[in-house]
Design a protein around this ligand. Structure first.
Ligand SMILES: [Zn+2]
Length: 106
C-alpha cells in the first residue's frame, strides 16, 4: 500500500522488509497536549504545544524501531555489517564510469 504523501518511512537496516511509516502530522496529534502555563504570549504557547507533539511523534517512532530491532539477533547484525563492508570494498575498487582520470599534480 502506498503511504500518504508526507509520510516518513523508516526501513529496517537489516533489509528484512519491515518498515515503519510515520504519517504527516494531523490535528488529532495535539489531543491531550496543554500549552506550557509559563509561556509568555501566543507564540511561546504554540511553540510549547508543537514541541510536545513532535516529542510524542519521535517517541512513537523510536519505540517502533527499538521493538522491531529487538526481534533480530546479534548474528544478523554482524552478518549485515560484514556484507556492507564487503560491498563498500567492492565499490572502492570499481573504476568510476564516465569520469576521466587525470594526473594528480603534486
Ligand atoms: Zn528487520
Amino acid at each position: 500500500m502506498t503511504p500518504l504523501p508526507g509520510t516518513t518511512r523508516y526501513l529496517c537496516p537489516l533489509e528484512c522488509g519491515w518498515h515503519y511509516d510515520q504519517p504527516p502530522p494531523k490535528f488529532s496529534d495535539l489531543d491531550g497536549i496543554v500549552a506550557d502555563p509559563s509561556a509568555r504570549g501566543l507564540n511561546e504557547a504554540m511553540s510549547s504545544v508543537t514541541s510536545q507533539a513532535r516529542l510524542r511523534q519521535v517517541e512513537r517512532t523510536e519505540w517502533a524501531l527499538r521493538t522491531h530491532l529487538a526481534t533480530h539477533t546479534t548474528e544478523e547484525f554482524v552478518r549485515t555489517i560484514q556484507g556492507l563492508r564487503r560491498e563498500i570494498a567492492e565499490l572502492r575498487e570499481r573504476p568510476v564510469v564516465g569520469v576521466r582520470q587525470t594526473k594528480e599534480t603534486p
